[in-house]
Write a protein that binds this ligand. Structure first.
Ligand code: SAH
Length: 244
């Protein structure tokens, strides 16, 4: 029996934002692997084996998913949001590079609604002009790289989506990121703090960067820093399409 590995995004939280394609893959799966809170979002059923794991186990989890698929199982590896955005899809291909024995495993990557898009939709259209996304976690890249990208993104006048802004193990980074953006002259820019978007704990807050405080973000927050033309109309925040 030939197995398969489907790498799927569960969206930002609301079950209505799981795509029909991902639901179909989950319905056909024999095994679901992923970070425990994401696996907990998969409805259990007879015959489905759930393999929750710890957050930092990404490469090991990717290897395990490939191994199960090579053994003939129908494996779905879940991420939140989109699996290709700071998530498991890249980890699988990293594992594949070092494991030629699994190169014949049938792999599919199914997109999902990434946090940045769900957050932007709640706020209005802050990504309506050019933008970039930066992961503020320095677990897998050096902090100076993050600083450089923040400075250059500010200089290029991109709207900037910040993933993984602040965690208990990295309490300092987000404050430093805000300082870098202030030093780059972005103090007047609008910043959206989108917390737990599409879940019952959702909270959206928009402030000027000069008034932004590190404590406004946690690991369930997606931060969008507007570009220099981003503006507010009533409760909506948008980036004009004709910004210079
Ligand atoms: N693959 C995911 C991102 C994983 S990194 C995606 O495409 O969305 C985890 C980070 O995503 C979190 O620290 C937070 O910045 C963001 N995030 C994920 N879900 C979120 C949600 N419902 N609301 C706000 N931010 C979210």
């Amino acid at each position: 029996m030939s197995g398969s590995l489907t790498i799927a995004g569960l969206g930002p939280g609301d079950a209505a934002l799981v795509t029909p394609e991902v639901s179909a893959a989950l319905n056909e799966a024999t095994d679901v692997l992923g970070y425990a809170p994401y696996v907990a979002r998969v409805p259990p059923r007879e015959g489905l084996r759930l393999h929750p794991s710890d957050n930092r186990m990404e490469l090991a989890r990717a290897g395990e998913a490939l191994r199960l698929a090579a053994d003939g199982r129908s494996v779905v590896l879940v991420s939140s949001g989109d699996p290709g955005v700071f998530a498991m899809a890249a980890a699988v291909f990293e594992a594949l590079e070092t494991a030629p024995q699994w190169r014949d495993v049938a792999i599919r990557v199914l997109p999902g609604v990434t946090a940045m898009l769900a957050a932007a939709a709640r706020a209005g259209a802050p990504l309506g002009h050019d933008f970039c996304a930066i992961n503020l976690s320095d677990n897998l890249k050096p902090w100076p790289t993050i600083e450089k990208r923040l400075r250059l993104a500010a200089e290029a006048d991109f709207a900037i989506a910040l993933y993984n802004p602040r965690s208990a193990s990295r309490p300092e980074g987000f404050g430093r990121a805000l300082d870098i953006l202030r030093d780059a002259g972005c103090g007047e820019r609008l910043v959206i703090f989108a917390h737990a978007v599409t879940t019952p704990k959702e909270r959206i807050e928009t402030v000027r960067l000069d008034d932004a405080r590190p404590e406004m973000a946690d690991m369930a927050t997606l931060v969008i820093v507007g570009n220099s033309a981003t503006r507010q109309i009533g409760r909506w925040v948008y980036a004009p399409r004709r910004a210079s």
